[in-house]
Design a protein around this ligand. Structure first.
Ligand code: TRP
Length: 334
């Protein structure tokens, strides 16, 4: 589809404020593919409605997520940046893929199990079939790589299974994609319960550092981060999850290795170290925040980018969908 060029696709939900976990675990890595791949990065608003959203908030966050993509260095001239609901092919292919996905497969998804426990009053069918919509996102663009955080690997694996199953029945339909994790592929954990993933929906605001937190807030949150009763800055995720998480964050933001970080803080205690992590995080986020505010203030620019992105995406999505419909035996009349 792209004359030998490989394709990278990923998506971020416009629900909740994005955290440094989203940034380090996914968004920052989208850019790595900008140079050599054809890239599609989508604001997945249709996934967001699997849990109840306030419409005005969803709308605002859709703009915010696009602005954040751009603030993180994704140039809309080099990357197709768009909003999922503006390209109806996603929902249409999702239906078709539902018919190639097994009930048992969807039942095994850990995100479904977690989310249905958290939203016990609204275990809707969309929450259950969420991974088939995600598979449609990916497969529409004949994607080779999907940069995601570790928590999404299971969904990408299911997408591969669906693609293989479809291809077996209807050969040469989909490229089978692969999940790619960030090089420094550690999960970013909660600051107050470092055994748990840092999650934007955490009720404890001190557990989470948001990309848009101001400098003082960031430093304060790191000061309060849970560590352990020793005082040694040493990477040992099982024994010392709190400190190890801080080392990961520090090394991600400064580009220093884990060993360099351990050496730098040898004999210096946690107080110094936490302050350094806070400062490094705030320094690294400052330029992103400045650009974000600039982009977000320009609605007209964002809307014209959304239009352009949706048009570009549609060109490719339409081709794949037409091919799929033909293979299935849907009558095509011109
Ligand atoms: N499920 C992903 C998340 O919650 C978001 C997403 C939707 C996605 N569609 C995608 C990620 C396609 C990668 C590819 O983070």
């Amino acid at each position: 589809m792209f004359k030998g060029q490989k394709v990278s696709f990923s998506g971020v939900q416009p629900s909740g404020n994005l955290t440094i976990g989203n940034y380090l675990g996914a968004i920052r890595n989208f850019k790595e593919y900008s140079e050599q791949y054809k890239t599609f990065y989508c604001v997945v608003d249709e996934h967001a409605i699997t849990v109840r959203q306030v419409p005005a908030d969803l709308r605002r966050r859709t703009y915010e997520t696009l602005a954040l993509y751009m603030a993180c260095g994704l140039d809309p001239e080099r990357n197709t940046l768009y909003v999922q609901s503006m390209v109806h092919e996603h929902a249409e292919l999702a239906w078709i893929l539902n018919c190639f996905t097994m009930f048992g497969e969807l039942s095994r998804m850990t995100q479904f199990k977690d989310k249905s426990a958290r939203h016990a009053d609204n275990i809707n069918a969309g929450l259950f079939t969420y991974p088939t919509l995600m598979a449609a996102d990916i497969l529409l663009y004949q994607t080779d790589v999907v940069p995601v955080g570790v928590d999404q690997v299971q969904h990408v694996e299911l997408c591969r299974d669906i693609a293989n199953r479809f291809n077996q029945i209807h050969p040469d339909t989909f490229t089978v994609p692969e999940a790619v994790l960030p090089k420094n592929g550690k999960k970013i954990m909660s600051l107050s319960e470092p055994e748990k993933k840092m999650s934007k929906s955490d009720e404890n605001p001190n557990a989470v550092v948001y990309i848009l937190d101001d400098r003082d807030t960031i430093i304060r949150k790191f000061k309060r981060a849970v560590t352990d009763s020793e005082s040694e800055v040493r990477f040992a995720p099982d024994e010392k999850p709190g400190v190890s998480n801080l080392i990961t964050i520090y090394s991600c933001f400064t580009g220093k290795t884990i060993e360099e970080t351990e050496r730098e803080f040898a004999g210096r205690g946690y107080g110094d170290f936490k302050l350094a992590v806070g400062e490094a995080t705030a320094d690294a986020l400052a330029p992103v925040q400045t650009r974000y505010r600039e982009f977000l203030a320009d609605r007209a620019m964002l809307e014209s980018q959304m239009k352009k992105g949706a048009m570009e995406a549609t060109c490719y999505a339409r081709d794949t969908l037409a091919r799929v419909k033909k293979k299935l035996g849907f009558v095509q009349v011109r």
